[in-house]
Design a protein around this ligand. Structure first.
Ligand code: PTJ
Length: 260
């Protein structure tokens, strides 16, 4: 029994959510975030973030739009070309896509690093344990021996041989300040965010306007399909990408319910 159990959840286990429910994905997402809060993985603010994301997803149609799928393919090519890619994990990402994050890291040979907006030793430890339960062997972020210039201490804390040294960073559901600061460090940023007007996708090299629940496995699927592609082909995929066009496309879908 925890302090959060006074009002019982609709289901105790995600297996109980009916697969044919029209809002299945949203119910699953809510359940995972709720469990994340109970386990000390997800910050209470993560519930606000999820509510906002859920509203945008509703307007997008709770599906991966074509421009987001293309962005996921570009993300896969970018990661396959990278020398030291890192997948950044916060409390929402850990709760929503732990196994999927491990699978992506394996597919593109990336490191996983916990990077929290609301950093506490307890949350760092709980997320590390959770990722390891879902198959991660090494989790970065606990060394905390470097910082992102321009951010106050806790939010900018990173590993010197992790995010600090990375050439490409995947930052799902990121805070705008940190996304900008990582950009100033010269990192190539792949941002997953359902709000195309948010600062993080606006400053990203590769903005993916999609639910992290769909986007992470989608990048992995593209990476598997591209794993034997030549560097020239991967480079061409990256160079052809129009980041501003992808954001405009997603905004049009949200505002007008249609695509060009
Ligand atoms: O775990 P911590 O301490 O690092 O904190 C994480 C949160 C998410 C609480 C923190 O980074 C935060 O407050 O983020 P924001 O500023 O609320 O931004 C979250 C963004 O992610 C918003 O633009 C949401 O629309 C978007 N979002 C929320 N859920 C999803 C999402 N995007 C993709 N998939 C989602 N499931």
């Amino acid at each position: 029994m925890t302090e959060y159990d006074t009002v019982p959840a609709a289901v105790d286990d995600e297996e109980e959510i009916p697969g044919d429910h029209p809002r299945y994905q949203d119910l699953l997402t809510r359940h995972r975030i709720e469990e994340g809060v109970k386990k000390g993985i997800t910050h209470l603010q993560g519930m606000h973030a999820e509510g906002r994301g859920s509203a945008f997803d509703y307007l997008i149609g709770e599906e991966t739009i074509e421009s987001a799928d293309e962005a996921a393919r570009v993300a896969a090519a970018t990661l396959l070309l990278a020398e030291t890619p890192v997948l950044s994990v916060n409390g929402n990402v850990a709760a929503l896509v732990p196994a999927e994050t491990v699978a992506l890291a394996e597919a593109v040979d990336a490191d996983i690093e916990i990077n929290l907006f609301n950093r506490t030793p307890e949350r760092m430890a709980a997320i590390e344990a959770h990722l390891k339960q879902h198959g991660a062997t090494e989790v970065r972020g606990l060394e905390a021996d470097a910082s992102i210039p321009g951010l106050e201490h806790a939010r900018g804390t990173v590993d010197a041989d992790g995010i600090y040294a990375a050439d490409v960073v995947v930052v799902p559901l990121e805070d705008g300040d940190r996304a900008e600061a990582l950009g100033r460090m010269g990192k190539t940023e792949i941002v997953i965010d359902l709000n195309p007007l948010s600062r993080s996708p606006q400053v990203a090299d590769v903005p993916i306007v999609d639910n992290v629940i769909r986007a992470v496995p989608n990048i992995t699927a593209h990476a598997r399909e591209l794993e034997n592609a030549s560097a020239e082909k991967l480079q061409a995929i990256v160079e052809d990408f129009d980041a501003a066009g992808a954001l405009t496309d997603a905004e049009r879908r949200i505002r007008q319910g249609e695509l060009e």
